[in-house]
Structures are given as structure tokens and as C-alpha cells.
Design a protein around this ligand. Structure first.
Ligand code: G6P
Ligand code: MG
Length: 213
């Protein structure tokens, strides 16, 4: 299928590295500090969702998020990010998903553009830490995105930055919100992990690579 497409647009957390767990552990620790327990299934609810929107989902398991002022929410989101940063501070190429380098090399050999469509403000740090930043032809800055996933904006912007039409590109995601974003934008969706809203799903990146080889 690789010769049918000119661009591959990747999500980061949960696709190129297992940071989805670190994000969720940080939310759980924040909830514990506030004084409530966050149920484990919430990991799938906050997958791909921006920091402040995730905070509202998390707080909603305790009381109405509207009970907090905007400034209080920013302070809590900063606290969560500090917990998260501590968890990823020692990230290295060892934390990269198996098969990622081979997949990037395969795409480069086939002159296929590579872009990152991550909602995370920590993405540039992680790309550098895992030493894969040089593979990307385009990296979307989430601060420039008005409507996060499931809205199509971030994937549309990635295609635009690659100079390609969405139908010429593949989007790879571990989040249902991300798959919805890819589908609405008009890219071909590929899922990683367990997804109910995507037809082509692989358990991990290595399985996708094996399929493409
Ligand atoms: C990704 C993750 C989410 C996270 C979001 C923002 O989409 O899947 O769990 O909330 O990025 O990340 P940040 O590092 O900016 O808080
Ligand atoms: Mg993800």
C-alpha cells in the first residue's frame, strides 16, 4: 500500500512511544493529590486530548469542573505537566517504539513525506530525546491549532505543511479522537492498539512495519 501514498502523518503519544501511560499516571497522581481516585478506564478518554480539556475530564470524576476558576485550572494543569515531565526526563532512543526507525527509513527510501500531528507541547522534547527529530519534514505546533482532536484541523495542517492533499496521506493514531480527526480530514486512517472506530488496526508500530514490508 505504501506506493499509493505520498505522506505519513504520525501521532506521538501511544504511537511512536508509550507515553500515554506516563500521561495517565500523571493524571492519577494529580487526582490523588486533590483527594480522589481516577478510574483506570479514563486512560482511553484522555488519549489524544489536549492538556486543559483532559483536566476537565479528570476533574469531572470528582466534582463539576466549572467549580474551579480558570487560574486554578491552569495551576493544576501545570502541576500535572511537572509530574509528567519528571516521568519522561530520562527518555532516550530506548523508549522509541520498536520498528520506528525502520519505518522512517522505509518512508524516506520511498520519498514519502513524514509529519507529526501531536497535541502535546512536549513533543519536540521527546523527538529530540529519542533522536528522531531529523526524520520529520513537518511538525505541527499544537499552540497554532484552534480545535484539537477530534476536529480535523491538526491533520489538515500537517498535509498542508507537507504540500499534499489529505487523500494522498496516511494518518496513524492510537486514540479514537485522533482517528475521527484523520477521517474527517480525509486521510487514510491506520490505528495502533485497540480502536473501535478504525478498520485497519495493528497492535503496535512493528506490526504495521511488518505489514508494509
Ligand atoms: C497527547 C496525549 C494527551 C495529552 C496531549 C497534550 O495528545 O495523548 O494525553 O493530554 O497530548 O500533551 P501535553 O504534553 O501538552 O500536556
Ligand atoms: Mg496518541
Amino acid at each position: 500500500m505504501i506506493d499509493q501514498y505520498k505522506g505519513f502523518v504520525f501521532d506521538l503519544d501511544g504511537v511512536l512511544t508509550e507515553t500515554s501511560k506516563a500521561h495517565f499516571e500523571a493524571w492519577k497522581e494529580l487526582a490523588a493529590k486533590i483527594g480522589f481516585e481516577l478510574p483506570d478506564h479514563v486512560i482511553d478518554e484522555v488519549r489524544g486530548i489536549s492538556r486543559l480539556e483532559s483536566l476537565d475530564i479528570v476533574l469531572g470524576y470528582n466534582k463539576n469542573p466549572q467549580d474551579y476558576s480558570y487560574d486554578e485550572k491552569v495551576a493544576l494543569a501545570t502541576q500535572k505537566n511537572n509530574i509528567y515531565l519528571d516521568k519522561i526526563k530520562a527518555y532516550s532512543p530506548n523508549d522509541l517504539a520498536e520498528g520506528a526507525i525502520e519505518l522512517f527509513e522505509l518512508l524516506k527510501d520511498n520519498h514519502i513525506g513524514i509529519a507529526l500531528a501531536s497535541a502535546s507541547n512536549n513533543a519536540p522534547f521527546l523527538l529530540k530525546a529519542m533522536r528522531i527529530d531529523h526524520y520529520f519534514d513537518a511538525i505541527i505546533d499544537p499552540k497554532t491549532i484552534k480545535n484539537g482532536k477530534p476536529a480535523p484541523e491538526i491533520f489538515l495542517k500537517a498535509c498542508e505543511m507537507l504540500g499534499l492533499e489529505p487523500r494522498e496521506c496516511v494518518g496513524i493514531e492510537d486514540a479514537e479522537a485522533g482517528i475521527e480527526s484523520i477521517k474527517t480530514a480525509g486521510l487514510y486512517p491506520i490505528g495502533i492498539g485497540k480502536l473501535s472506530n478504525c478498520e485497519e488496526v495493528y497492535p503496535d508500530l512493528k506490526a504495521l512495519l511488518d505489514h508494509l514490508l
